[in-house]
Design a protein around this ligand. Structure first.
Ligand code: TRP
Length: 373
């Protein structure tokens, strides 16, 4: 079969992504045992997303830990583009960011790029983006970030500091670099061309606001990496440390192939789904099972291509022994897909119920998190 080259840009992720290849292409480093060991020293337990390789690569994460150990102020920065309702895939970097905040007791700057989604999506009005922003904000707060240490802002409502930072950055980035990094063309609107400076701005925002030295770490999905390349290039020119990064894979949709995507709602679990909707989606998921139970028992299933197994492995089953057991009994024909789906469905429902309760509570604390000018 002819292999179609996968595409990974901040605006499009398509095809079968080869993460080893991506490490080469983006010039990032794989997460090594060494780094895991160093994290273990500082945290009471390693996060499942790290143990199971969902966070798989980084840039100078080790130097960021060095800074922490030396007493340099360390900071986290992550974000969300409010282009729709939140699904499980969006939550992955946020959950990991919370773990890092708890572990290193550090400040978090959380950017909501309402400008980006308006500029890049011809169909979205500012009103629609504002509506998504409201809902997304509750999902973000529901993750459980520390209200004393977390500042959430949107580009359109916290413009003055961000714009001040962004113009300083933009002066160092030529159109030719922007074109090469982001693929802009003559038909891109001029807002799009400037936008990377807005996403780079929070890398230096704390330093700008406080005149304090700080080392920033950005936990995010790997598709955001091009922004940090630009940010890292300009940092020394502006007298700042280069931001470090730790990058995740994409979680697959429930169908066969491709990442979880809001544009394929039947294969994405939205945090706004009812229990019944979520269960139905899990029950229809692509598995590595045989067409009949008899064949499954005789020949075993293939967990390596199974989406249900990958959800249990990546996120929903933290028990190493239980996961290993699922893997081997699936292969040996001792498990049928219905059982695994049942188990995953229960875990997803528990997750959603917990999230719903936290989201409801979040409504009372928006004021504690959201910063305005
Ligand atoms: N561009 C991101 C998106 O579309 C949003 C974002 C802004 C972000 N700043 C970030 C994501 C920092 C991760 C880290 O979702």
């Amino acid at each position: 079969m002819e292999r179609v080259d996968p595409v990974v840009t901040p605006w499009e992720v398509r095809g079968e992504v080869d993460y080893k290849e991506l490490i080469e292409k983006f010039g990032v480093e794989p997460i090594t045992e060494e780094i895991v060991k160093r994290l273990r020293k500082h945290s009471s337990g390693l996060h499942v997303l790290l143990r199971r390789g969902v966070f798989f690569s980084h840039r100078e994460f080790d130097e960021w830990i060095d800074s922490y150990e030396k007493g340099v102020k360390v900071i986290l920065y992550t974000g969300r583009g409010p282009s729709g309702n939140t699904h499980l895939g969006h939550m992955i970097p946020w959950m990991f960011t919370k773990y890092l905040q708890d572990t290193f007791k550090c400040d978090l700057y959380f950017q909501i790029t309402d400008d980006e989604k308006f500029l890049f999506n011809p169909e979205l009005s500012t009103d629609q983006v504002a509506e998504y922003t409201k809902g997304n904000l509750l999902d973000i707060i529901a993750v459980g970030f520390d209200p004393e240490r977390t500042k959430i802002f949107t580009d359109l409502t916290y413009s003055k500091p961000l714009y001040n930072m962004a113009v300083r950055i933009a002066k160092h980035v030529t159109f030719s670099t922007a074109k090469a990094t982001f693929g802009f063309s003559d038909s891109s609107n001029i807002g799009m061309v400037f936008f990377p400076a807005m996403q780079a701005a929070p890398c230096f925002l704390h330093q700008y606001l406080t005149s304090e030295d700080a080392h920033v770490l950005i936990p995010c999905a790997i598709d955001q990496e091009p922004y940090w390349r630009v940010s890292r290039d300009v940092a020394p020119k502006m007298g700042y440390r280069k931001p470090a990064g730790v990058y995740s894979k994409f979680i697959p949709g429930l169908g066969s192939g491709g990442k979880m995507s809001a544009s394929l709602p039947d294969t994405a679990i939205f945090l706004s789904d009812t229990n019944e909707e979520a269960v139905r989606k899990v029950k229809n998921a692509f598995t590595g099972g045989q067409p009949t139970i008899r064949e499954q028992k005789e020949r075993g299933g293939n967990p390596d291509i199974c989406v249900v197994y990958s959800y249990l492995y990546s996120l929903f089953d933290e028990d190493d022994r239980a996961v290993a057991e699922t893997y081997s009994s699936c292969k040996g024909g001792g498990l049928i897909c219905g059982e695994c789906k049942e188990r995953l469905a229960r875990k997803v429902v528990a997750f959603l119920e917990d999230h719903r309760a936290r989201r409801e509570k979040a409504k009372d604390s928006v004021g504690k998190f959201l910063i305005k000018e």
